[in-house]
Design a protein around this ligand. Structure first.
Ligand code: KG4
Ligand code: ZN
Length: 346
């Protein structure tokens, strides 16, 4: 089955053309074309995403990318079996761009269109690894710019959120600390690099680590870094590279400690067979390695998975994969009435 999918929930415009086969038992995916156009450069001067700028970029990029894939904007034939588009969670004006664009194709070419949950997309990005298949119960930690959630997957499409952040998402905390330290948006990759070079000079708090729930909070940690920075900033206007690296190392350590401990506690508590780390922050190799190390050290019987680095961040391929599986259970409609759901949960 050939699926054409669209992702415009945040600051990446992406279209993918994939072929799926094998059903739930032996799923296999071939990527025919995939294009991700990042808007990072446009939002960088603002230190974060500006929703209306992002909307405008999606509006410009969608036809451009579509043409790159199909050669023209209105091809005579569209040999596609299913269309898929992210309907949430995300920024409303951005989501609408993808929805309207894909709906036009659905209505014009009479191809069924399915609305997809972006978070489910991050989980299903794992299917791009040849050997991956679910073993239930499975636990997933979704850590991105908008989300930090521990989710129990009981069966296909059956989710239970057992913990989430009460304030900032982890990726958001990385980006805010980055802004403070003069690191360009999105700061995650640069903080990771600098943390490798730096020392754990400061012992910042790992908020809620001792609480008996699976929730998170990163606002306190952000404030702690901020006050330390102010204190030192009074001594010197410009922090040395070495100092910035030490801030990165210390912040990353404190943030990951609580993420690692609470997730592993949840995996033990719910006796899960698999642990999937996904979402933008899952690109962080230090976090991946630390999960693997602790699982091994504690002799936990949990298989750990994280997507290929390229698929950690937003892309349309993962949206097409969800649509493939969902289509085995539910029928998509031609020209459906779908709308953006900015706060959609799992
Ligand atoms: O999933 P994603 O691409 O978009 C959202 O749905 O939010 O995640 C983007 C987030 C950004 O906050 C970015 O700073 C963070 O993921 N990120 C990282 C790394 N790469 C991206 N955070 C830490 N370490 C990284 N290597
Ligand atoms: Zn995402």
């Amino acid at each position: 089955m050939k699926i054409l999918s669209f992702e415009t929930s945040c600051d990446e415009t992406s279209i993918a053309l994939i072929e799926g086969k094998g059903g739930f038992q032996k799923p296999q995916f071939k990527i025919i074309k995939e294009i991700v156009s990042s808007q990072i450069k446009i939002h960088q001067p603002f230190g974060g995403i500006v929703p209306n700028l992002a909307k405008r970029e999606h509006q410009k990029n969608l036809p451009f990318i579509f043409k790159k894939i199909f050669g023209e904007l209105k091809p005579k034939k569209m040999p596609i079996d299913l269309l898929a588009v992210t309907i949430g969670p995300g920024l409303s004006p951005c989501l609408w761009q993808g929805i309207n664009f894909s709906k036009e194709i659905s209505c014009h070419y009479k191809i069924p269109l399915m609305g997809i949950n972006h978070l489910e997309g991050h989980i299903f990005s794992l299917f791009l690894q040849k050997k991956f298949s679910f073993k239930f119960p499975c636990l997933t930690l979704i850590v991105s710019g908008g989300h930090t959630e521990i989710v129990l997957i009981k069966d296909w499409f059956k989710y239970k959120v057992i913990g989430r952040t009460r304030d900032d998402a982890l990726g958001e905390a990385f980006d805010k600390i980055g802004r403070l330290l003069g690191i360009d948006y999105p700061a995650g990759p640069e903080i990771e690099k600098r943390a490798k070079k730096g020392k754990i000079e400061y012992s910042f708090p790992s908020p809620m680590i001792k609480q008996k729930n699976f929730d998170f909070s990163f606002a306190g940690l952000k404030t702690a870094v901020f006050y330390q920075y102010l204190k030192e900033g009074q001594k010197s206007d410009n922090l040395s590279e070495e100092k910035i690296n030490n801030y990165c190392a210390s912040f990353q350590k404190a943030a990951f400690e609580v993420i690692l401990e609470k997730t592993l506690k949840a995996a033990t508590c719910f006796k899960t067979k698999q642990l999937i780390l996904t979402g933008g922050v899952s690109a962080n190799r230090t976090l991946r390695k630390e999960f693997e190390k602790r699982i091994k050290e504690r002799k936990l019987k949990i298989d750990f998975f994280a997507p290929q680095l390229k698929y950690s961040t937003d892309n349309a391929t993962m949206i097409g994969i969800v649509a493939y599986f969902r289509n085995l259970k539910e029928k998509a409609k031609i020209c459906p009435k779908i709308s953006a759901k900015p706060d959609l949960g799992l």
